[in-house]
Design a protein around this ligand. Sequence first.
Ligand SMILES: [Zn+2]
Length: 414
Amino acid sequence: MKREILLCSAAMLSANAALAQPAGGVKVSTQAHAVHEAAIVLDTHMDTPALFSRPGWDIIDRHSVEQDGSQVDLPRMIDGGVDGGFFAIYTPQGPRTKAGDDQARAFGLVRATEIHEMVVKHADKFELALTADDAVRIAGEHKRFVFMSMENAYPLAGDPGMLDAFYALGVRMVGFAHFTNNDFADSATDKPEWNGLSPKGRALLAEMNRLGVIPDPSHSSDAVLEQVIELSKTPVVLSHSGARAVFDNPRNAPDDLIRRLAAKGGVIQINAYNAYMAKIPPNPDRDKAMAALRMKYRGRRLTEADIVAETAERRAILTRYPVPRANLDDLMKHLLHVVDLVGVDHVGLCGDFDGGGGIDGYNSIADLPAVTERLLKAGYSKDDIAKIWGGNVLRVLRETQVYAQSQKSASGSE
Ligand SMILES: [Zn+2]
């Protein structure tokens, strides 16, 4: 969290207050706490907007993973020294038909509206950020900055021109595909259809560059990642992906592409997603129990009480049929592998919280200072750590927006 303004204006008074560790946060050394608080800390992919319409759930209340499964709220952001991040408009891929596209566009617009409504409702605590400078300013005012991003470009309804509308709503980073291929790109977890980007995907990338939107090939195939790195006029951010050299999974990026991403100024945000970090042997009994649980709660709008009950039932299933869990050591392996490969300027972290993310020791937005502690122990400087937590991604956003502005000036459109 950015405390410099406070520290400069009232150094004597605030020194102790700034170092006082929040009650609910992970316990770290005084030095780690100070380094963490001095940095702008952000997460590049939060699926929390999916919770905004849940009856009885409000981001300013304190929740817990144990009780309702949620991983991000204001009290835990404060505990975790988190200044803000990218709140995703995530749309599951559905039919690639006119009706499917229309539905996805409506879904995306509703989700974008819900993010705006949350920010308006809590304007004293959150603010929409449209530029890197906005984020720095908002953090300095001790509010949380809310960038909007899109996971799966399906709401663009197959029309790269639709990006204009979502850009106007505030979207500043867009992921091409999700678990399956779409009209723009191949997914990392589907069979090749376009062998990378489709013609529309290439047009969408050009639109991103023109408007000043960060291209995000997380969830896209290696061929997409390679082509986006090659074709994009601005650096690329993998908003939530791991290192395949550390754990072999198609959702993780191979070393050669991480090197090329970094060579063009890009950043990979290491994902704390269990299934992409730990071998999970199949268990038909567990799958059956989970499928039955999904059926039980399917097709109705769940209240907070339903969610608490569902979370308890899910936990009971996982107690009966345990799943191997990755932990902070594994996360650090991915992070430090990338640092060794391309340096501290091209890496960051992402919990994939409220979207299936979370591992032991990094299971909610309150847990982030634990990584700062590990990095300090490993000998990284305060400046290195600040780059990893937010500096790198804000640099990319700044470059993205400077490029878009330069194109506007060159074409005389402004
Ligand atoms: Zn995802």
